[in-house]
Design a protein around this ligand. Structure first.
Ligand SMILES: [Zn+2]
Length: 272
């Protein structure tokens, strides 16, 4: 049986009993419920009425969300090119209707993940779609079920217009997907948690932990902005569908400078 952590929705290896702990939730970037670790499974979630709802976020980009929410509750995204599609950050749930919807949207080429919190039930999706999963080697420690994983180092071209880049930060293997046909050809970056759009729609954040609110250094924020400066995008989505609609590259750089100023103490005079 494959178990799913109820808090992060990441699957385990096949085992008769679940592990005592979820290493992903025990890590300082996540959290374990006060009442202790809880495990579930696709079958248990199905019996309680869980399903995947889909909606087209923009032309060629399909969003997938588990309802009711499973785990962290990410919006998986399927990005389409003429060669085929990639499913980025798959949900922690899968059903036949969602698999059929993804197959009808375009020819599946691969699954890719932004970081371990977003692994969901990636190997079950990979088997259903008959595709590989691309994971940065820097995060080799984290996948609990490794069927179909193909490791890459700093970047990987899935197909023309679909390229993965490891940017680091939140996790050493944090990765983004450059989808160059998105935003009407101006380019889209699917950024996971590596670069997080804020509610003001004008800035982004760079954190080691989002639930526990721990920032990265200014040096790392600027390094991430530098790493994506060479990529082709004008719009940026995170793993929940939060978006910087346009001029995203400039927003990322200005936000990294602001982050560095605050983390380096340049505005300490405003705090007292
Ligand atoms: Zn967990």
């Amino acid at each position: 049986m494959i178990w799913i952590c109820a808090t992060c929705a990441v699957e385990t290896a096949v085992a008769p009993q679940p592990p005592s702990l979820c290493a992903i939730c025990e890590d300082d970037r996540q959290w374990v419920p006060a009442d202790g670790q809880i495990w579930t499974s696709v079958a248990e979630l199905a019996s309680s009425g869980t399903r995947i709802v889909t909606h087209e976020i923009e032309p060629g980009l399909l969003g997938l969300r588990a309802e009711p929410r499973v785990g962290i509750g990410q919006c998986g995204m399927v990005a389409r090119t003429p060669s085929g599609t990639v499913l980025f950050d798959p949900p922690g749930y899968i059903d036949d209707a969602a698999v059929a919807r993804v197959q009808a949207f375009g020819r599946p080429l691969a699954i890719a993940v932004s970081h371990p919190h977003m692994y969901g039930v990636m190997t079950q999706w990979a088997e259903a779609l008959d595709v590989p999963i691309h994971v940065p080697r820097a995060d080799e420690f984290w996948p609990r079920r490794r069927e179909r994983i193909q490791w890459y180092d700093d970047s990987h071209v899935i197909a023309p217009g679909l390229t993965l880049y490891r940017v680091g930060g939140h996790f050493a293997g944090s990765a983004v997907l450059e989808w160059s046909l998105g935003a009407a050809g101006y380019g889209v970056l699917l950024a996971g948690d590596a670069i997080f759009p804020n509610p003001d729609h004008a800035t982004v954040s760079f954190l080691r932990s989002y639930p526990n609110r721990l920032p990265l250094s200014g040096t790392v924020a600027l390094r991430i902005a530098d790493r994506v400066a060479a990529l082709s995008f004008d719009r940026l989505y995170n793993n929940f569908g939060n978006v910087v609609l346009r001029n995203a590259k400039e927003v990322v750089y200005a936000s990294a400078r602001r982050h560095a100023e605050w983390c380096n103490g340049e505005h300490d005079d405003e705090t007292w």
